[in-house]
Design a protein around this ligand. Structure first.
Ligand SMILES: NC(=O)c1ccc[n+]([C@@H]2O[C@H](COP(=O)([O-])OP(=O)(O)OC[C@H]3O[C@@H](n4cnc5c(N)ncnc54)[C@H](O)[C@@H]3O)[C@@H](O)[C@H]2O)c1
Length: 335
């Protein structure tokens, strides 16, 4: 297969490229990424010289570029990761979220439709809003109720993807996934921020009283779920993907502290973000029953692997925290 992967220089996209090139070494991958602050070509050093891998720096919101790419290459599949993905940034500056997550997704859909290319859209459980402690977990039938500019823009993109199936017959699938963690996770996000701060002997900021709840999924399991949906999923369908690992922020913070040999004095409680969703949880029964997929990595195992990866890849996260990583592609691409 020839696959267009968007956002392949980001956290999940780069993990997916490593996963796919290992599992399907004869497939061709074209990685289209704008290289925003979140895109890092260092994530792809291990694949960049493969003859069947190509990187294109470009913006999915650039209609002409997307159209030209689809007219020059015959893709069998699009796996769409590219997004503005950080909730805090969406609160400060929503515009980029509208451009990339909505306009960009629409450009890809329009181009994919011309060639009827199979389209898998990677989305989030945040489109479903927030749960109270005893509410049942989100599933594929939960009504959308996004509450941040990030989740609202992802919700809009999901609706567009579904509309292209119902209206024009574009062969699509969608996955709505819970919080990921693992290698190459950008250190402004909670999990890697905590690990790297503690490795540097710095305090870790915990929002509010630490009682908000998230379901955590090891990133490689997310990759295998997308693979499974691509191979076995029913066209037009949505699949919720979760890790069966609901944890309060305080719970996972304690686990990280223990693994890194630190105490509670490293916690600094900070003011909660506006409109902070209290709880996300995923009911992944559909993908389990229909596609026989389940997460294979427990939270404890995934956390150990992740801490080990960050310990062993200090140069990677230090260059991001210092801003040096952007020099690498300035040198390569002059931008
Ligand atoms: N991280 C999570 O826990 C999580 C959970 C569920 C769903 N998701 C979804 O998975 C996808 C990937 O998330 P992530 O955490 O890897 O994000 P990320 O922010 O780490 O990476 C996003 C990538 O997209 C690229 N990009 C941004 N705007 C672009 C544009 N206009 N054109 C081309 N490329 C652009 C960036 O350069 C970056 O490489 C997103 O769609 C996100 O909504 C993420």
């Amino acid at each position: 297969m020839k696959i267009l992967i968007t956002g392949g220089a980001g956290f999940i996209g780069s993990n997916f490229i490593h996963y796919w090139t290992r599992k399907y070494p004869t497939d061709t991958i074209v990685n289209l990424d704008k290289l925003t602050y979140a895109g890092n070509l260092e994530n792809l050093r291990a694949v960049e010289k493969l003859p069947n891998y190509k990187f294109i720096q470009g913006d999915i919101a650039d209609e002409k570029l997307v159209e030209k790419l689809f007219s020059e290459e015959q893709f069998d599949l699009v796996v769409h990761f590219a997004a503005e993905s950080h909730v805090d940034r969406s609160i400060l500056d929503p515009d980029a979220f509208i451009q990339t997550n909505i306009v960009g997704t629409h450009n890809l859909l329009r181009a994919a439709l011309k060639s009827k290319t199979r389209f898998h859209h990677v989305s989030t459980d945040e489109v479903f809003g927030s749960l109270q402690k005893t509410d049942p977990a989100f599933n594929e039938k939960t009504p959308y109720d996004p509450r941040s500019p990030y989740s609202a823009s992802k919700a809009a993109s999901d609706h567009l993807v579904r509309a292209y199936f119902h209206t024009y017959g574009l062969p699509i699938t969608i996955s709505n996934c819970s919080n990921n963690y693992g290698p190459y996770h950008f250190p402004e996000k909670l999990f890697p921020l905590f690990i790297t701060n503690l490795l540097e002997d710095k305090k870790i900021p915990v929002y509010g009283d630490g009682t908000s709840v998230r379901d955590w999924l090891y990133v490689e399991d997310h990759c295998s779920a997308i693979d499974c949906i691509i191979r076995k999923g029913q066209i037009g369908e949505t699949y919720c993907v979760g890790g069966n690992s609901e944890k309060t922020n305080k719970e996972f913070t304690t686990k990280i502290l223990v693994l890194l040999g630190k105490g509670d004095e490293m916690i600094e409680y900070v003011t909660d973000r506006p409109g902070h969703d209290h709880r996300y949880a995923i009911d992944a029964t559909k993908i389990k029953n229909e596609l026989d997929w389940e997460p294979s990595v427990t939270f404890e195992e995934g956390l150990e692997r992740t801490v080990k990866w960050f310990r062993e890849n200090e140069a990677w996260w230090k260059s991001i925290k210092s801003g040096e990583y952007q020099d690498y592609y300035k040198k390569q691409y002059g931008k």
